[in-house]
Ligand binder design. Structure first.
Ligand code: ASP
Length: 362
């Protein structure tokens, strides 16, 4: 219950599930979510920060492999409804799909002026060597941080993991087992937590000059086709020409290259002629699509495939879900706007390069 004379920063801690709050099932030995109060009691250090923490637990708690669009809607609506009560929001979420959820939520929240920080862990919080405590403590501290004018330090949707703060729509999961589970290959971290938390203030986006508003219509009729040698025409056309897709992300090789054989280009041409949005995203972790470098990329550009530049697949999917939802039956507007920078998800000028450290801890 809110106490009006309580001047401490207030954070809403939202628990959706994931390894951070899981426990071993004594019967079958698998990890399953457990009660949130137990998570909090594992981190008594949080009480020392002078931050008021309220919590909200989703029901049922899920492994993030089971995330559906309804969870994103629930999260966005919860933040909207409690926006004025809190200085920031921390979302505990499984790591497997965290980059997808954080990316979608970042596009759903327009004019965001407060921190929304996703975190989780590779080891359950009750385990002696858990990374969950550090991640949770840093996320809460960052969500409550203010600058010298009393404004939120990071008014963005982010992922806080292994002492680094990444912009949500730039982050991707890079390790199934290491504590450094996430990276932001094409954009530097917004903050690094050491003895103190160091903020990269030049990179943090200012509070937008538009009122806070939540976009609640998503259209998930988007698919991802990952290029691979040996792809059959049947597999390509099932995805590109299927009636269930308004947009397809082509996960291409290198700087945006795909099979240059006429059977493949004909299928892509037909998909474009059907009015679908076909977006080129590289399957490389770092670097960007440039369809003018190789003939195989140029052929896609000439057909009408759009460049996703240096966007992650997660950000591209999230952007398409929200844009298609915003523009029902209007793929042309989506095509015209997909290349614009909405949340810092895409580099329109000189790309940042090599902001990645692949040395994972195991
Ligand atoms: N399978 C878990 C999940 O994503 C993994 C994790 O939390 O790290 O919910």
């Amino acid at each position: 219950m809110e106490n009006k004379s309580d001047r401490r920063p207030a954070i809403l801690l939202i628990y959706t599930g994931g390894t951070i709050g899981m426990k071993e099932d004594p019967v079958d030995g698998t990890l399953k979510p457990f009660d949130f109060k137990a998570v909090m009691s594992e981190v008594p250090e949080l009480a020392k920060f002078g931050i008021r923490i309220d919590s909200y637990t989703f029901s049922p708690l899920i492994d993030s492999s089971d995330v559906e669009t309804s969870l994103w809607l629930d999260l966005a609506i919860l933040i909207r409804d409690r926006y004025d009560e809190f200085d920031g929001f921390v979302i505990l979420h499984g790591t497997d799909t965290m980059a997808y959820s954080a990316s979608v939520v970042s596009f759903m929240l327009k004019g965001l002026g407060k921190p929304v920080i996703f975190t989780g862990s590779q080891l359950p919080i009750g385990r002696p060597r858990t990374d969950g405590k550090e991640n949770l403590i840093s996320a809460v501290e960052i969500a409550a941080a203010k600058d010298e004018n009393g404004a939120p330090m990071v008014p963005e949707v982010c992922i806080c993991f292994n002492s680094q703060l990444f912009r949500a729509c730039r982050a991707t999961k890079i390790s199934a087992t290491g504590f450094d589970a996430f990276a932001s290959p094409n954009f530097p971290p917004l903050a690094v937590a050491g003895i103190n938390i160091k903020y990269n203030r030049d990179l943090i986006r200012p509070v937008p000059k538009i009122p806070f508003k939540v976009h609640t219509v998503l259209d998930p009729r988007v698919s991802v086709l990952k290029m691979h040698p040996g792809m059959t025409a049947q597999a390509a056309s099932d995805i590109l020409l299927g009636s269930g897709t308004r947009a397809v992300i082509l996960e291409t090789y290198g700087s945006g290259n795909a099979i240059s054989k006429s059977w493949f280009l004909d299928i892509v041409r037909e998909a474009v002629a059907m009015g679908k949005v076909i977006l080129n995203i590289t399957q490389c972790l770092a670097g960007n699509v440039d369809m003018d470098v190789y003939a195989t990329g140029r052929a896609l550009k000439d057909i009408g495939v759009l460049s996703g530049r240096d966007m992650t697949t997660e950000a591209a999917l999230a952007k398409l879900f929200t844009m298609l939802g915003e523009h029902p039956d209007d793929n042309e507007t989506v095509k015209a706007r997909i290349g614009t920078d909405l949340r810092g998800e895409i580099t329109l000028g000189t790309p940042y390069l090599r902001h990645i450290n692949f040395q994972t801890t195991v």
